[in-house]
Design a protein around this ligand. Structure first.
Ligand code: HEM
Length: 391
């Protein structure tokens, strides 16, 4: 565990509360970035990196900043996967997913289906005057798409919600030092049985391909599939909800995008920059060393703030403004850089693009109900909980 630094050395970090980080952290992050770019936050028990260059250096350097640590609860719940490995073993686990998630394959095999799914969801929701786009479109699009990509087409959304809920409860239990409840374990076992069935089926699904390719051993496949599935759900839902919220909150940009759909990728990237669905990532130091002028101890927890890095004024002018014309808006680090760069980013982009297109196609007079909608927030997962629009 981290040796607590001398009190008073990191005045901003030392005064940060969890609530600050959850609701409106931008001012605090800006202060930390300018005076304590590697800070110490006692409320998290972690070092906290907010400057973009330092964030990138740390996320690219798995030799010194690893994910491989016993405190990583996802691995305790789901088993070992690419998310909890570094080095050659990480490369092996990840390589099983390189081909099915590469952009060309996603474009050719899934883009049209994602587009159709989004159009149907919007069309179903359009019957009422007011529509809440996160639950009606972003959420079901995220779940339906990842089930389709994995080839789990017989599974329904309610099962996935149960699995995801059980996963969340197991993480919380382990984080506070409790055992995983047997009923929670039973639900997770159902997920693993479902993946096991898909491994044995004759369908030409991604899961069946994983078995045939033999990059992963059969006992490694369920955890790999669970990590891909859970990695896709809340993040993609948030990405789409946040992009819709940003776009609809800015009527001038909305008018431009209604006239010119080629602007949608810029909307998506600028939204990803301002509100990354995952606000931070955790790493553990493999030895003691000095970083950003601060002495880190061996096996210290280091939190890399993607939210902080994405609003670094040295890279992005007026970083808190939503501006789809900024030349470097794609230079955000929302999907991370280095060995753990998000595997699913092209699928997620296809989803958010499709959702925006479907909304604009079918609701050209759409307006945000600002009183019923909420800006993105959250400690680790940041999302607009309600994106309510008049159709
Ligand atoms: C179809 C959707 C998605 C899938 C299947 C997916 C899957 C994954 C997987 C398997 C990893 C682990 C990669 C590795 O450790 O080598 C990963 C990493 C990551 N993903 Fe995604 N993801 C999806 C969408 C998203 C979205 C929408 C966001 C944010 C907007 C996101 C943010 C991240 C981040 C921050 C990491 C790095 C985690 C770390 O380094 O600790 N992902 N993703």
């Amino acid at each position: 565990m981290a040796k607590t630094p001398i009190s008073g050395r990191f005045p901003v970090g030392e005064s940060v509360t969890i609530e600050d980080l959850r609701t409106a952290p931008y001012g605090t992050l800006a202060q930390m970035r300018s005076t304590e770019p590697v800070s110490w936050i006692p409320a998290l028990g972690a070092w906290f990196i907010t400057r973009r260059d330092l964030a990138i250096e740390a996320m690219r350097d798995a030799d010194r900043f690893t994910v491989d640590d016993d405190r990583f609860t996802t691995a305790k719940v789901l088993g070992t996967s690419m998310l909890s490995l570094d080095g050659p073993e990480h490369g092996r686990h990840r390589s099983a997913f390189t081909a099915p998630f590469r952009p060309k394959f996603i474009r050719e095999e899934f883009e049209q289906r994602i587009h159709t799914r989004a159009q149907i969801l919007v069309s179903d929701a359009r019957s009422s005057d007011l529509i809440e786009l996160r639950t009606a479109v972003a959420g079901p699009l995220a779940v339906g798409t990842i089930l389709d990509v994995l080839g789990l087409t017989e599974v329904d959304a309610a099962d996935v919600a149960d699995w995801y809920g059980a996963f969340g409860q197991a993480i919380v239990a382990l984080t506070v030092g409790d055992p995983v409840r047997p009923d929670v374990q039973t639900v997770l076992d159902q997920l693993y049985r479902t993946v096991g069935d898909a491994m044995g089926s004759d369908d030409a699904s991604l899961i069946r391909t994983l078995v045939d390719e033999r990059i992963l051993r059969p006992d490694e496949i369920p955890a790999a599939v669970a990590v891909v599935m859970f990695g896709a759900i809340e993040t993609s839902e948030a990405m789409t909800a946040n992009a819709l919220w940003h776009l609809l909150s800015d009527p001038e940009t909305l008018d431009r995008v209604l006239d010119d759909r080629s602007l949608i990728p810029a909307v998506v990237d600028e939204s990803l920059r301002l509100e990354p669905a995952a606000a931070w990532i955790d790493r553990y130091t493999t030895s003691a060393f000095t970083f950003g002028g601060v002495e880190l101890g061996e096996r210290d927890l280091v939190t890399i703030s993607l939210l902080g890095a994405n609003r670094d004024p040295d890279v992005f002018d007026e970083p808190d403004v939503f501006d789809i014309d900024r030349p470097n808006l794609a230079q955000h680090v929302t999907f991370v850089q280095g060995p753990h760069t998000c595997v699913g980013l092209h699928v997620a982009r296809a989803e958010t693009n499709a959702a925006i297109n479907a909304v604009l196609d079918q609701m050209p007079n759409i307006e945000l109900d600002t009183s019923a909608s909420t800006a993105p927030e959250g400690l680790i997962f940041r999302k607009a909980a309600a994106v309510v629009a008049r159709t």
